[in-house]
Design a protein around this ligand. Structure first.
Ligand SMILES: Nc1ncnc2c1ncn2[C@@H]1O[C@H](COP(=O)(O)OP(=O)(O)OP(=O)(O)O)[C@@H](O)[C@H]1O
Length: 343
């Protein structure tokens, strides 16, 4: 189990503030946040690579806030591999054994098991230069696990990989976690990655933890506008909630039950657009005007202004073309109020 108690790390120009967090033994936890929010700093503090200013770090009940890294039994995997180019795969994987004072015979048995688990048998004599990105990352996983850590820390393990290898490593991470049963803590800025892999997530913003919960909880019930945006609820409106009504941006919308809160949030994929009036009884409809169309690769982001509220929805190219939507068009926008999240 990883336990952080009021952890503060003051760096020149940046502070991780007062983080308290418990990650259960054997859990897969993801630390999520935008670039520069302090995720890596927290991970490195747990590994013993960054000095803690205040607070405590415990792993399985043992306090290790100021222990040197080699006495922590913590493995760490970085996004950019950091393999020794002059050593073979096997030499890279074996590298940490001596440093951690591990019996070579016992260590080799574990390494043989990891090599098999990670499917590295055919490449143990190769050097990193001749490996694919996915293979390099699997070697890094074997190296980090060779010292039999209680905890594996993963710093954006998928982000340097092209999409094909990303699937391969995602599967390897899932299998390893299931097989080894140790605690995994992964840093990522990609909520989809967390959704695929993690049991629980913590969302961090500018060194402060905004929300901790199960992956589904944070995805479906974000607690702040920042988290809502981060998990893809691009439509967040501050409003007034009176009984079973929400008022925001000059609009009024009935809600399926009495809600108290300050914000109403909707996912773009829960919003429909039409050039004709929408008549679905379950649908709240508003007239609006298309303010912007921004191509985003496979989909287009459509902004629609209804009174003072600007909604965002996504359409694929075909739907955009078939409907003939253009900037300035008058449209009807609809959503089911039951899917709106009020907080
Ligand atoms: N050793 C250090 N000394 C001073 N500042 C640091 C140090 N390490 C990190 N920082 C600063 O702390 C802030 C948080 O960095 P961190 O690497 O934790 O962000 P992150 O959330 O992991 O982002 P990314 O996804 O880009 O890696 C950044 O502003 C960074 O410049």
């Amino acid at each position: 189990m990883i336990q952080l108690d009021e952890l503060t790390i003051a760096l020149p120009g940046f502070t991780v503030q007062d983080i308290s967090l418990q990650v259960a033994a054997g859990e897969f936890f993801a630390l999520l946040g935008p670039t520069g929010s302090g995720k890596t700093v927290i991970l490195e503090a747990i590994a013993g690579l960054v000095k803690v200013t205040q607070g405590q770090i415990r792993v399985d009940g043992k306090e290790l806030t100021h222990l040197p890294p080699e006495r922590r039994r913590i493995g760490i995997v970085y996004q950019d591999y950091a393999l020794f180019p002059h050593l073979t795969v096997m030499e890279n994987v074996r590298f940490g054994l001596r440093y951690h004072g591990i019996d070579p015979v016992e260590g080799q048995q574990r390494i043989d098991h990891l090599i098999e688990l990670l499917g590295l048998q055919r490449i143990v004599q190769r050097r990193p230069l001749h490996l694919s990105g996915g293979e390099k990352q699997r070697v890094c996983l074997a190296r980090a696990l060779s010292v039999n850590p209680q905890v594996l820390l993963l710093d954006e393990p998928l982000s340097a990989l092209d999409p094909n290898f990303r699937d391969e490593i995602r599967r390897a991470l899932k299998d390893l976690h299931r097989e080894l049963g140790i605690t995994f803590m992964m840093v990522t800025h990609d909520f989809n990655e967390a959704l695929c892999l993690a049991d629980r997530v913590g969302v961090i913003r500018e060194g402060v933890m905004e929300q901790v919960g199960t992956t589904e909880e944070v995805f479906e019930q974000p607690a702040t506008p920042f988290v809502a945006n981060f998990v893809g609820m691009k439509n967040v409106f501050e409003g007034r909630f009176t009984g079973e009504f929400a008022e925001f941006g000059g609009l009024s919308c009935p809600l399926p039950s009495s809600n108290s809160g300050r914000y109403l949030a909707l996912r773009p994929e829960d919003i429909v657009l039409a050039k004709v009036p929408l008549s679905d009884v379950d649908c709240q409809v508003f007239p609006g005007e298309i303010a912007k169309i921004v191509p985003l690769g496979f989909v287009h982001e459509i902004s629609v202004r209804c009174q003072e509220a600007e909604f965002v929805t996504y359409l694929d190219r075909k739907a955009l073309f078939n409907n003939g939507f253009e900037v300035g068009d008058t449209v009807t926008l609809g959503f089911n109020p039951a899917v709106a999240h009020v907080f």
